[in-house]
Write a protein that binds this ligand. Sequence first.
Ligand code: ATP
Ligand code: MG
Length: 297
Amino acid sequence: MELRKPPPVRRLTGYEVPSSPPSNGNGLHAAAGFRLPARLGAPSMVAIDRMQVEELSVSYGHKPAVQSVSLPIRQGEVLALIGPSGCGKTTLLRSLNRLTELTRGASLRGRITLDDVDVAHMDATALRRRVTMVFQQPNPFPMSVFDNVAYVLREQASRRPRRAAVQGAVHEALARAGLLDEMAGSLDHPALRLSGGQQQRLCIARALAANPQVLLLDEPCSALDPVSTRLIEELIAKLREDVAVVIVTHNLQQAYRVADYVAFMYLGELVEYGSAHKMFGSPREQRTKEYIGGAFG
Ligand SMILES: Nc1ncnc2c1ncn2[C@@H]1O[C@H](COP(=O)(O)OP(=O)(O)OP(=O)(O)O)[C@@H](O)[C@H]1O
Ligand SMILES: [Mg+2]
């Protein structure tokens, strides 16, 4: 069995808390061209270092997609990856649980650790249980709502557990994804008949059923209506206490609403990384200012 060393816990002082709720009304200023929305959820008082990305570069053939990116990923915080199309956000996200290695021609340099262990040395399946991913298009399996979540638990067991044995864990994952009450009478209904927003929350429940340390969300709301988007944003804000969350989004208002930290990428490079407060209030780099101000997208 893989030994898990307890990660260092960093307690945040009031001063360091990056998301002391800034809003238009309390004297904080937004970067030029950016309207500050209200932030969701209370900031976590604890941050635990989970992953470190160190000098990561990824290429497809000879074409660089990510260049020398370093950043931390912490439980207790939501990290938003922003930047124009093609700047390497998905590539970076997929590298965190070694999905990039499934792409032919992709090569990777640098190091990524999870709880101080190099992910390259881990069993890929075990890693993908600890660092789970939800994609842009909801992709429930063609089976019942219950079985979608149970699938993950059954897959982990050496013998297929009976329904009663996984029921508690299935309900817990659905509850964490804010779906249990809504689905109470429909657990045996086909998942593909749910609305798009419900399907995406089911995919989040399925990702949470593996009890991951890190949850990766690649534009999880881009195919959804505003009400479903709001539900998922509220869910993300709640989850950060227990899971490190990394979200890719093109919606800057969304990034400000949910993220504690923001990484702005441009042409594969990490241009700027900082608290949401700083990035959307007073970004340091000119390119960040222009992107946040809507000069290019
Ligand atoms: N499978 C692939 N094979 C070759 N090149 C790829 C592949 N996937 C991505 N790329 C290239 O790598 C670069 C980064 O792509 P990536 O998908 O990571 O960007 P992104 O920031 O997620 O973009 P978007 O916002 O449009 O989703 C782009 O130039 C893209 O064309
Ligand atoms: Mg992408």
